[in-house]
Design a protein around this ligand. Structure first.
Ligand code: SF4
Length: 451
């Protein structure tokens, strides 16, 4: 076939995304970029011309799992035309050499700071069949290029990366090595992208960054950005994640008082309730500083609630340290918490430390999660009979007239409505709950809505 005609045919790109919301954002931006070279998103993973695995290094045994994923693609395409296979994300950054050396089926590895060059990479592979490795830290170049590409996300609840990388170097974490040093985008660039998202129907924007509250560019801080977004007429909700306690400055605490669109849930990772362990982790804050932030926020906004991350059985954690972590959980009553047993990430200082006996570690995790689950259960139960303000995002698949949304505290809500309520905020009276989700009826004067 004539090359020109062949190049004009629409091609399909499939992305399998692992990990955090930032990876989800990156995958969507890869879709936006590759449209320029005629590649269109597909959910059909068996008939893609380009197959991207966007990896996460936080996953346990992350590298092993990526090789496993590659093996699965090879098997799926054994009797089909081989797609261009690209490994992107943090594992590509950390293990790019190894992946290309061991897996000849892979055409390119692209780190999270280099995916702005994905179109050149795909075209070079198409034309010259060469292997590519792009794992430099070129954040400025990346966002310079991305700002020229419209964000086509059309979700009611959209993500917007405002900051990347981290300079904190917690001893257990790979982010400073895989995402590089802290970098903040300009306020103007972010607001322009927010306008694109709002024009596409976004009613909620979650500002993302590995250290989102370290945002700092041209003397503008996260509080300035939230205040500016608060003025956007068609935007109803603002969230930000993930924060570091050290960067919860007074100006940021203050926006929780007067910014009506900022949701009253703060995800503030603490990792441990023991000062000794926090010091060993190089977390740069202690428990009294952490609790001071919580108290300040509760004082200025009594509605606020908290979520957090915990590492159980970090090397050196004794029974007393663990007890302090449980006490912190009971004291703050986090409505959501993510906890896991410490597992070493290759290349981090903590990976050299001696592990706590596995049976002790597992026992502690179960004890901790029982406390966390009881708090969550009691909280969810307390919602019964109450009205929660819900922003509806989509229809529940295969269930007629059921809609999925989230309340102000990010709780998943499912409610019945005859009318399409996607993109609308409604009061929902809660009548049932499960571990994750609450269910209820839309309270509305419009009779068309309720059953
Ligand atoms: S602050 Fe967060 S991203 Fe940075 S090193 Fe610590 S855990 Fe990792």
């Amino acid at each position: 076939m004539d090359r020109k005609i062949k190049n004009n045919l629409k091609k399909k790109i499939f992305i399998k995304t692992f990990g955090c919301q930032m990876n989800e954002y990156d995958s969507n931006r890869i879709f936006d970029l590759t449209k320029k070279i005629n590649y269109f998103p597909t959910t059909d993973k068996l008939h893609a011309d380009c197959y991207v695995i966007n990896t996460c290094h936080i996953r346990e045994k992350a590298t092993e799992k990526v090789f496993h994923d590659i093996g699965r693609v090879k098997k799926e395409y054994r009797k089909r035309k081989k797609p261009i296979l690209i490994i992107a994300g943090c594992v590509a950054q950390a293990e790019g050499d190894l992946i290309l050396k061991k897996e000849h089926y892979v055409d390119a590895v692209i780190g999270p700071q280099s995916y702005q060059k994905i179109n050149e990479v795909i075209q070079e592979i198409e034309n010259k069949k060469i292997k590519k490795e792009l794992t430099n830290f070129e954040t400025i170049n990346k966002f310079d290029k991305l700002k020229l590409t419209i964000n086509h996300s059309s979700k009611v609840s959209a993500f917007l990366t405002i900051q990347e990388g981290c300079d904190k170097f917690c001893k257990f974490c790979v982010v400073p090595y895989t995402r590089g040093p802290e970098y903040s985008r300009t306020l103007e660039e972010i607001l322009k992208e927010a306008d694109e998202l709002i024009a596409n129907g976004a009613k909620e924007i979650t500002l993302l960054g590995q250290n989102v509250n370290a945002y700092n560019r041209n003397r503008k801080r996260l509080s300035d950005l939230i205040n500016a977004l608060n003025e956007k007429k068609d935007l109803k909700r603002i969230r930000y994640t993930t924060s570091h306690p050290k960067d919860m400055t007074d100006d940021l605490i203050d926006v929780h008082k007067h910014c009506k669109k900022l949701m009253p849930l703060l995800h503030l990772p603490v990792q441990s309730g023991s000062d000794k362990i926090l010091k060993n982790m190089n977390r740069k804050h202690d428990i009294s500083e952490y609790l001071e932030i919580i108290e300040k926020l509760k004082d200025i906004n009594p509605k606020i609630k908290f979520a957090s991350d915990f590492i159980i059985a970090y090397p050196g954690e004794n029974e007393n340290d663990f007890k302090n972590t449980c006490q912190l959980m009971k004291k703050v009553k986090f409505i959501n918490s993510y906890s896991y047993v410490f597992s070493p990430r290759p290349g981090t200082p903590a990976s050299e430390l001696s592990l706590i006996d596995n049976s002790v570690a597992k026992k502690r995790l179960i004890l901790f999660q029982n406390i966390a689950d009881k708090i969550k259960h009691d909280y969810k139960k307390s919602l019964l009979g109450r009205n929660v303000n819900t922003l509806f995002e989509n229809k529940v698949k295969s269930e007629d007239n059921k809609y999925f949304g989230r309340d102000e505290y990010n709780n998943p809500v499912i409610a019945y409505s005859k009318k399409d309520v996607i993109g609308e905020e409604k009061q929902v009276k809660i009548n049932k709950f499960s571990h994750h989700t609450v269910y209820g009826e839309i309270i509305d004067t419009n009779e068309d809505l309720a059953a």
